[in-house]
Design a protein around this ligand. Structure first.
Ligand code: SF4
Ligand code: SF4
Length: 187
């Protein structure tokens, strides 16, 4: 009888095949935490998150904000002495959290990520005005109007499209991503 995969195996399975199971290679040196520009805002720094995944601390990993605060700068990935692609691990935990709906409703990150994926699945590319609606309303009135003014100026200069456009051969693209992203429904 097949045994249920551990949390660590589930996250490993979400990484690209070339990554294998990187967690046992972590020597807990802390280079990732030391180099991370947003570590101070994270509930757990990257070093601890990797250790927690290695220890199958599923609830604790999913409950923390670390992977949502990751800015995908890849500083940690290029500096890790054990060649662990920590930024990809952060993406893997994000995907896990979205697919299993384990995130808290107050977080902007999950809604932003899901909206981004749906927009890309629908048009073949991102469309900033729709993405902006996922976080704009969380701002105070002053910041909201500053953002709207900035976006309007960029639209007038042609830096943000007024209407979404679609890529060529969209059907082929949609068929491809539906194989790997469960939310890639053609809407
Ligand atoms: S830099 Fe790499 S080896 Fe060091 S703690 Fe971070 S993940 Fe582990
Ligand atoms: S990729 Fe994420 S975790 Fe790594 S250094 Fe950048 S912000 Fe920090």
């Amino acid at each position: 009888m097949a045994t249920k995969p551990t949390f660590r195996q589930e996250i490993s399975n979400l990484l690209y095949a070339s990554h294998g199971d990187p967690f046992s290679n972590c020597i807990q040196c802390g280079t990732c935490s030391g180099t991370c520009p947003v570590a101070e805002f994270m509930d757990e720094p990257p070093r601890r998150l990797i250790g927690m995944i290695n220890a199958n601390m599923k609830e604790e990993v999913l409950d923390c904000n670390t992977y949502w605060f990751c800015a995908s700068c890849y500083h940690c990935t290029v500096r890790c002495p054990s060649n662990i692609d920590i930024a990809s691990v952060m993406y893997a935990v994000k995907r896990y959290s979205i697919w299993h709906k384990t995130y808290s409703d107050e977080l902007v990150g999950p809604v932003f990520s899901e909206t981004f994926m749906k927009t890309v699945a629908h048009n073949g590319k991102s469309y900033e005005p729709i993405l902006a609606t996922t976080y704009l309303f969380g701002f105070g009135a002053k910041e909201f109007f500053q953002e709207v003014q900035g976006a309007t100026r960029m639209m007038l200069k042609g830096r943000i499209p007024v209407l979404p456009s679609k890529i060529k051969h969209l059907k082929n693209f949609q068929k491809m991503i539906k194989r790997i992203v469960p939310i890639g429904e053609e809407t």
